[in-house]
Design a binder for this molecule. Structure first.
Ligand code: HEC
Ligand code: HEC
Length: 260
């Protein structure tokens, strides 16, 4: 609150003196400005989406992180995001961006709006029905709430806080459109002809580890593999409306939202 006020005063001073420059702002002067968010979204799609994905969820194969998760980390605020975009991350492929300050703040406003959309979303489905749908259709691969569940897919605890309803709907209706980080599907074939499909958990120069479709953790030596192929299709089946109606989807999301 105090920071916001100070930045507000700072802006006023800047506006009054007509000077533009490197005033020490740690709060985005464009925060919540709808037009800035929209413009930031356009900039993001043009300059950042190739690495971070159209909705900022990151692209695993190039280690570009999900930009919605960073805000929860200690020390991450508007200013951190601003400077990171401007200066890049040395030693990584994240490049510096020599954009005007206003455009940098637009990007920050857009990124912040992505998490706010998730935090403020309302879920009015029937969570009790959602719990049954979850047990019948999803628990085989996912955990949510207190009950156990599978590990082929990510834990869905807190997922409605991290991702907006539209993004979650897309993940359920068309899982292959964007595959969650750390759950990239692969097939490996051993020298003995054995073929195993699973999600890739770890890899280094010598070995890799998968959780197989049967949900076992298995390690392979690269030297012992004939082939490793990254797959485009998620190991999660799609749930089109014919299998999961809009009402049922709303119930499921309400259940996930109750189980943070
Ligand atoms: C060529 C690929 C690439 C492009 C283009 C790119 N990034 Fe990145 N970005 C990365 C990678 C990789 C990292 C992770 C760097 C690291 O920490 O090792 C990253 C990190 C970041 C971080 C820090 C995330 C954190 O968790 O601390 C922010 C913020 C960010 N990028 C925003 C952007 C924005 C906004 C754009 C467009 C203006 C952009 N990036 C363009 C690849 C890219
Ligand atoms: C056969 C296993 C399987 C089943 C059944 C399954 N999923 Fe998944 N799910 C996965 C895998 C693997 C991923 C990670 C890859 C991806 O993003 O597509 C995933 C990803 C997701 C994500 C994205 C998570 C994130 O953090 O971004 C959501 C949301 C999701 N599943 C919801 C559901 C719901 C709801 C159901 C039931 C209607 C369901 N899943 C059924 C395997 C499954």
């Amino acid at each position: 609150m105090r920071l916001r006020l100070l930045a507000g005063i700072g802006l006023l001073v800047l506006a009054l003196s007509g000077v533009r420059g490197t005033f020490g702002q740690d709060v985005n002067p464009l925060a919540g400005d709808v037009r800035a968010v929209r413009a930031g979204g356009a900039l993001f799609r043009a300059q950042c989406a190739t690495c971070h994905g159209a909705d900022g969820r990151g692209i695993e194969s190039i280690d570009a992180p999900d930009l919605r998760l960073m805000w929860a980390r200690d020390g991450v605020d508007d200013e951190y995001v601003f400077t990171t975009i401007r200066d890049g991350v040395p030693g990584s492929i994240m490049p510096p961006h020599g954009l005007p300050e206003t455009e940098l703040w637009m990007l920050v406003a857009f990124l912040a709006s992505q998490v706010e959309a998730a935090a403020n979303a309302e879920y009015d489905g029937d969570a009790v029905n959602g719990r049954e749908l979850f047990a019948a259709n999803c628990a085989e691969c996912h955990r949510a709430g207190a009950g156990g569940g599978g590990v082929l897919g990510p834990s869905l605890n807190g997922v409605t806080r991290r991702r907006a309803p539209e993004a979650l709907t897309q993940s359920i209706r068309e899982p292959s459109r964007q595959i969650a980080r750390g759950f990239g599907p692969v097939t490996v074939s051993g020298a003995d002809g054995e073929t195993v499909t699973g999600v890739l958990k770890n890899e280094d120069a010598f070995s890799l580890q998968l959780v197989t479709e049967e949900q076992e953790l298995r390690a392979f030596r690269r030297g012992g593999l004939r082939r490793m192929q990254r797959l485009e299709e998620s190991l999660m089946p799609a749930f089109p409306e014919t299998d999961l109606s809009a009402g049922e989807l709303a119930d499921l999301l309400a259940y996930l939202h109750e189980n943070q």
